[in-house]
Ligand binder design. Structure first.
Ligand code: HEC
Ligand code: HEC
Length: 331
């Protein structure tokens, strides 16, 4: 049976340089607990390299124990997203994004708001940072500033790229990198019956990617019927929180599926614990919601199909980067 593989990747990214002084400084700052008001959490607390820089919790927890409404997304390869965060078309750069966990007050994530000077003084008093800020911001008079901290962290997060999964080897021409089951799974994934590739396409398997086939930002978001209309009154309204348009209620960004095998639990609120649970959701077509995306439709899923798709999704895993000190805790 011939299955047309639509939406296959056309363009692949280059691996960014990991060597600039700003990147070196940003690497320390990303893992620096002193950046939070009570010294308990760094960025890495919620973005752990072992989990492709996600955290494994259903929903993340801030420095004072507040539960974030959302599940922490993987940061590996996130630099290629068109927009950042799970439902905000206005966040278009890493620097802009990084201010949010630092300064967020509802919930408090790192608690910088109102404590800027106190935290900055701790950083400025540390001999390691005196050395690395001097190297990264040599020409600047006021070396120690939040602007520089954010700039350096973004320099680092923009190097979080690793594309050594079996799927990458397969795309580069090595057919043996994917088992025949995973190859079947790939064909099913992009098939008109399952339609996963209508939303998860391009080399990042996400329309929210600079390598996606569709450049329209608003098609980056979809309501996949996780909650039926009225089913969960406290459900996160997603894109509607920003646009205030009821037609955007329950829409979230179409995430990249790279490393999805190691980033459980799933969905914006971590409400699905396993990938079989996710597949079951899609095969039923999603719950009834006025905004349910037209790209969603129910389909039969045999045990064999399920196994094939899971093998395909597993082939998107790349943990080779963990052998590189650039991607792990420098302290
Ligand atoms: C308390 C846990 C927590 C901390 C601490 C935290 N994050 Fe996050 N991060 C999250 C959550 C949850 C989201 C999703 C936010 C949303 O959609 O509203 C997120 C989103 C992101 C994104 C967007 C990824 C994407 O797929 O678009 C980036 C980039 C990011 N964080 C980087 C950082 C950096 C850098 C720091 C440190 C300055 C940091 N985070 C600190 C939990 C955290
Ligand atoms: C209508 C567009 C659309 C289609 C079709 C679609 N997805 Fe998704 N997918 C999404 C969106 C949007 C999310 C995130 C929803 C959320 O966060 O609540 C998502 C989330 C996921 C996740 C969880 C990722 C994570 O990190 O939490 C997996 C796995 C997934 N999809 C796989 C698939 C598979 C397999 C198919 C085909 C059977 C498919 N998707 C079809 C839009 C789509």
């Amino acid at each position: 049976m011939a299955i047309i593989v639509a939406c296959s990747p056309t363009q692949t990214p280059k691996i960014p340089a990991q060597k600039s002084q700003k990147v070196v400084l940003g690497h320390y700052l990303f893992f620096e607990k002193k950046l939070s008001v009570n010294g308990t959490k760094s960025c890495a607390a919620c973005h752990d390299p072992i989990l492709a820089f996600s955290d494994g919790y259903r929903r993340s927890v801030g420095v004072f124990g507040d539960t974030h409404p959302r599940n922490s997304p993987a940061l590996m390869n996130a630099v290629y997203h068109k927009t950042f965060n799970l439902a905000n078309p206005d966040v278009r750069s890493l620097q802009q994004q990084h201010r949010l966990p630092l300064y967020n007050t509802s919930p408090i994530e790192m608690g910088v708001e109102g404590n800027e000077a106190q935290i900055l003084a701790k950083i400025a008093a540390d001999t390691l940072y005196q050395r690395y800020f001097a190297k990264a911001f040599r020409a600047e008079k006021d070396r120690f500033s939040w602007q520089h901290i954010i700039e350096a962290i973004a320099a680092y997060t923009s190097t979080l790229v690793s594309m050594n999964s079996p799927y990458d080897k397969y795309l580069a021409g090595d057919e043996s990198a994917l088992s025949s089951s995973a190859q079947n799974g790939r064909a099913l994934f992009f098939s008109p019956r399952l339609r996963c590739g209508k939303c998860h396409n391009g080399v990042m398997l996400s329309t929210n990617s600079r390598f996606a086939l569709d450049s329209n930002i608003m098609t980056n978001y979809a309501n996949i019927g996780i909650y039926a209309d009225g089913e969960n009154s406290s459900a996160d309204k997603g894109l509607m929180n920003i646009t205030k348009n009821p037609k955007d209620e329950g829409e979230f960004v179409i995430p990249s599926l790279r490393n999805v095998f190691i980033t459980a639990p799933y969905m914006h609120d971590g409400s699905m614990a396993t990938l079989p649970e996710v597949l079951k959701h899609y095969s039923t077509g999603g719950k009834k919601h006025a905004n349910l995306d037209v790209r969603m439709s129910a389909f039969p899923l045999s045990k064999e199909d399920e196994k094939d798709i899971l093998n395909f999704l597993e082939s998107l895993t790349d943990t080779s980067y963990l052998k590189n000190p650039h991607f792990i805790n420098p302290f």
